[in-house]
Design a protein around this ligand. Structure first.
Ligand SMILES: Cc1cc2nc3c(=O)[nH]c(=O)nc-3n(C[C@H](O)[C@H](O)[C@H](O)COP(=O)(O)O)c2cc1C
Length: 195
C-alpha cells in the first residue's frame, strides 16, 4: 500500500506582534488593545507599529489579511487603519473583512480609526478608505472616538469628513511625512483622554 503524506494546514498567526507601549508596568491592570491594519506597500503597517509604541499597556498589532473578524469582540479598545487605493477605494486586504465588520455587534466597544492617503495626487478622493471604514464601524454600533480636524490638509473632497471633521487620524506620508510624528503623538494623547 502506498501512503501519501499530506502536509497539515498551517495555522495562521492571529496576531503579528504584541507591543508593550509607554507606561506599561508589571502587574498593572491593562486594557486589551488591538490595532488592525490593511497595508499594500507597508506605510499603514509602519504607522500601526509606531502607534502601538505610543499607547500605554499592551497592544496587539495585526494585519487584516489574516485576521478572524469575529475575534474583534475579544478586545476592549480597537484601532483600525487603512490606506486608500484606486480612486477612493479601501485597501485591498479590507475588502473581504468589511462586510463581516459591519455585520458584527460592536456595541460597548470603543473604536478609533486612522487612514493614510495622498492629498496632492488624489485631492478628490483623499483618504476615502477611512470614510468607508467609518461607515462599517458605525453600522456595527461601536462607540467611535479619535475624530480629527481637517485643518492643515489641502484636499478637495473626502468621504472621510463627517460633520466637518475627519473620521479618524489622517496621515499623508507622500506630502506631509514631516508632520506624522507630531500628529501621531497628539492623537495617541487624544485617545487616552477619551478612554
Ligand atoms: C495607484 C494608487 C492609488 C491611490 N489612490 C488614492 C486615493 O484615491 N486617495 C488617497 O488619498 N490616496 C491614494 N493613494 C495613496 C496611498 O493611499 C498612499 O500612498 C498610502 O501611504 C499607501 O499606504 P500603504 O502602503 O499602507 O498601502 C493611492 C496610491 C496609489 C499608488
Amino acid at each position: 500500500m502506498i501512503r501519501i503524506r499530506l502536509p497539515l494546514p498551517q495555522a495562521q498567526p492571529l496576531f503579528d506582534t504584541i507591543c508593550s507601549g509607554i507606561n506599561s508596568r508589571q502587574g498593572e491592570t491593562m486594557s486589551n488593545n488591538l490595532i488592525l491594519f490593511g497595508s499594500t506597500l507597508g506605510d499603514t503597517e509602519r504607522i500601526a507599529r509606531r502607534l502601538a509604541e505610543l499607547l500605554p499597556g499592551e497592544t496587539r498589532v495585526a494585519s487584516v489579511a489574516n485576521f478572524r473578524m469575529a475575534s474583534l469582540r475579544d478586545f476592549d479598545r480597537i484601532i483600525l487603519g487603512t490606506s486608500t487605493w484606486g480612486s477612493g477605494e479601501l485597501q485591498d486586504d479590507w475588502e473581504g473583512a468589511l462586510g463581516q465588520l459591519s455585520g458584527l455587534d460592536l456595541s460597548g466597544k470603543t473604536v478609533a480609526l486612522f487612514g493614510l492617503g495622498d492629498a496632492s495626487a488624489y485631492p478628490e478622493t483623499f483618504v476615502d478608505g477611512l470614510g468607508i471604514l467609518h461607515e462599517a464601524v458605525a453600522q456595527a454600533g461601536a462607540l467611535r472616538i479619535g475624530y480629527w480636524p481637517t485643518e492643515g490638509y489641502a484636499f478637495e473632497a473626502s468621504r472621510a469628513v463627517i460633520g466637518g471633521r475627519f473620521a479618524g487620524l489622517v496621515l499623508d506620508e507622500a506630502g506631509q511625512s514631516h508632520l506624522t510624528g507630531e500628529r501621531l503623538t497628539r492623537w495617541a494623547q487624544d485617545l487616552q483622554a477619551s478612554a
